[in-house]
Ligand binder design. Structure first.
Ligand code: FES
Ligand code: FE2
Length: 333
């Protein structure tokens, strides 16, 4: 028997018969793995400008003014200089010593092996890695045979929203993270604590449009219309198009670290046109942990999903079972 939901908040417009059209479609049939993979292959054709999300600008180098990061198999040294970041390869250009173990004097490092000295933030330093600070996230640009762009391909973000970031390293490749999001049909089944009802009513040019009922408390729900789209091959964005929080976004970024390891970075920017949102903005430091907690709750399950898909494709049953200490795919383990 279907659950009787109590809908609160803004009422959504009728979907001109689209809802009727998809009402009798079974989710497991709609979530066609071949279709999801084909959609993903199209998304892979989009340019990335060679940009990769490195992390949350508020947390990077928060303990020390320098950190080592791995992105797409490259070892990078990130330096924080006041409120600015700069990045170079962590491999000394002489013989590859890790520069991070050298002696630092401000932004200048002297290599621990033979004393080569270079300024990590100088534009004359050869192994410098371009960086982009979008206000929430720090991106790095790594060379590849694809064309580079001056900046990452960012989606529209609400100004004056409340931003919160969640990060986690997953045992899978970026495609498994993006394909998890290209399958919204699992939403109400796999996350019943968060989604009471979810219906994909339109798929158009790689974007998915859905109507979803978020649980506020038990059977009390807020219903919104949302769109998923990919501005680049490693990012998928959910935008609230209608209903409470219209204009809010959730950006999911998948950064390859090395084969089989992916850094998931999720940025939520919550927004509302209601007058009370001004108060929410004032107390945003108190709200951020709650937003991050909601993301973590969903990603506990979605990580299990993405890792299971990776595990099935690559056949690492015993190795991954031992690494994770549990059955791959069980979010409760
Ligand atoms: S490896 Fe750095 S100076 Fe030789
Ligand atoms: Fe999910």
């Amino acid at each position: 028997m279907s659950e009787k939901l109590i809908r609160v908040g803004k009422k959504l417009p009728a979907l001109d018969g689209l809802e009727e059209k998809v009402k009798n479609q079974t989710d497991w049939v709609s979530a066609d793995p071949v279709k999801i993979r084909t959609n993903f292959q199209k998304i892979l054709q989009k340019p990335s400008g060679n940009w990769f999300v490195l992390g949350d600008r508020g947390k990077l180098c928060s303990k020390k003014h320098r950190e080592v990061h791995f992105v797409n198999g490259k070892e990078l040294l990130l330096i924080r200089n006041q409120d600015q970041f700069c990045c170079i390869s962590n491999l000394c250009p002489h013989m590859g010593a890790p520069l991070s173990i050298g002696r630092f004097d401000g932004t200048r490092v002297t290599c621990a092996w033979h004393g080569l000295s270079l300024d990590c933030c100088s534009s004359h330093t050869n192994n410098r890695v371009p960086i982009y600070d979008d206000g929430y996230l720090i991106w790095v640009r790594l060379p590849s045979n694809q064309q580079s762009s001056d900046t990452p391909y960012l989606c529209d973000r609400p100004s004056n929203g409340i931003g919160a970031v969640y990060q986690k390293v997953l045992r899978c490749n970026p495609e498994h993270v993006i394909q998890n999001r290209l399958d919204p049909w699992h939403g109400a089944h796999f996350h019943p604590h968060t989604f009471a009802h979810l219906q994909v009513y339109c798929e158009f040019e790689g974007a998915l449009f859905l109507r979803v009922a978020y649980r506020v408390w038990k059977r009390v729900c807020i219903e919104v219309d949302a769109r998923f789209h990919c501005p680049d091959p490693r990012t998928i964005v959910m935008t609230i198009m209608e209903g409470e929080g219209k204009g809010s976004i959730v950006e999911t970024h998948a950064t390859p670290l090395s084969p089989g390891y992916t850094l998931l970075t999720e940025l939520t920017i919550a927004y509302s046109s209601r007058p009370g949102f001004k108060v929410a903005r004032v107390i945003s430091p108190l709200l951020r942990p709650f937003i991050a907690h909601a993301m973590a709750r969903l990603w506990k399950e979605d990580a299990a999903y993405a890792e299971r898909r990776y595990y099935l494709e690559h056949g690492f049953p015993y190795q991954m079972y031992r690494e994770k200490g549990a059955l791959v795919g069980d979010p409760k383990a």
